[in-house]
Design a protein around this ligand. Structure first.
Ligand SMILES: [Zn+2]
Length: 298
């Protein structure tokens, strides 16, 4: 009776393996049948979720609350990139992501920079990446994501296009609120801790004066702090804007030296529990509220 028992044992073993296999796929049932997409940081993650809807499973390479400019990727993150069917990123913003996309097959990468038509430079001379704070540029990037998702997953093309149009409508409404809300401000200078608000400022007729360069972690020189403080005093600036993901120490120094008060303007590079809203739209509306108070808009 030995041989049949062995056979039985073997088939039980196979059955057990099969069950384990099912168990594994059941664990990831959320992403079952969905297009695996990687987004490099929050604004691209949010746009991809809005447009992909229930057909995509989006993973962000920048963890919630992390500052995206200097992101480092773990081998596991690089593995996630290698398994994705689409990687939505912004070339030049996060060097580690650029390298991962390049090494894992660049044809699966969607660089949103061309769609965002980046045409502003930072003081350092590099291209300003913060397009998402201008709702119209963000909508154009949404359209690019929809076009690419449609070619990756043609069966759901109509839905991606519909979602991109809805996203654009919501962004147009937001843009209109900013235009109206900032139409009558007494003060046009926006003094911020890092240089994230140039596209927003230009769209809505304001002027950004940044204490820092591209990265909020970068230490400004004492001379730069003094220059901004002097500018703030000379131009009647009453509010200095700090942000959520980094320490407000630098903005506070300028506020103290210029006699201004401190407020928060969120560059929406990543959301945390401390963010003034649960998604891009909510935080943008709270930014508008902060600007209206700080800039003396009636
Ligand atoms: Zn930034």
């Amino acid at each position: 009776m030995n041989p049949p028992r062995t056979l039985l044992g073997t088939s039980l073993l196979i059955a057990a393996l099969a069950v384990a296999g099912c168990g594994q796929s059941a664990q990831s049932s959320d992403s079952a049948g969905k297009v695996p997409v990687v987004a490099s940081f929050y604004p691209l993650q949010f746009a991809t979720q809005q447009i992909g809807g229930s057909h995509v499973a989006v993973t962000s390479l920048t963890k919630p609350g992390a500052e995206p400019h200097d992101v480092e990727l773990t081998p596991q993150d690089v593995g996630t990139v290698s398994k994705a069917r689409l990687v939505v990123f912004e070339k030049g913003l996060q060097g580690a992501v650029d390298s991962a996309v390049e090494s894992q097959g660049g044809d699966r990468g969607l660089d949103v920079a061309p769609a965002a038509k980046l045409d502003l430079k930072l003081a350092s001379g590099t291209t300003d990446p913060h397009f998402w704070l201008d709702p119209q540029r963000y909508a154009a990037v949404g359209q690019a994501i929809a076009a690419r998702l449609s070619s990756v997953d043609p069966a759901n093309k109509a839905e991606y296009e519909k979602n991109a149009a809805a996203f654009e409508d919501r962004l147009s409404a937001l843009s209109q609120e900013f235009t109206t809300g900032l139409a009558t401000c007494k003060r046009k200078d926006i003094v911020t801790s890092h240089s994230a608000f140039s596209y927003l400022a230009r769209r809505f007729g304001m002027k950004q004066i940044a204490i820092n360069g591209i990265s909020p972690e970068q230490e400004p020189q004492a001379a730069a702090l003094a220059t901004v403080s002097r500018y703030a005093r000379a131009n009647g600036v009453t509010t200095i804007y700090a942000e959520t993901l980094v320490s407000p120490a630098i903005a506070r120094t300028v506020a103290n030296e210029s006699g201004a008060t401190l407020a928060t303007l969120d560059p929406i590079e990543g959301l945390t529990k401390a963010s003034a809203g649960k998604d891009y739209f909510e935080v943008m509306r709270s930014n508008l509220k902060a600007l209206r108070a700080g800039q003396g808009c009636s």
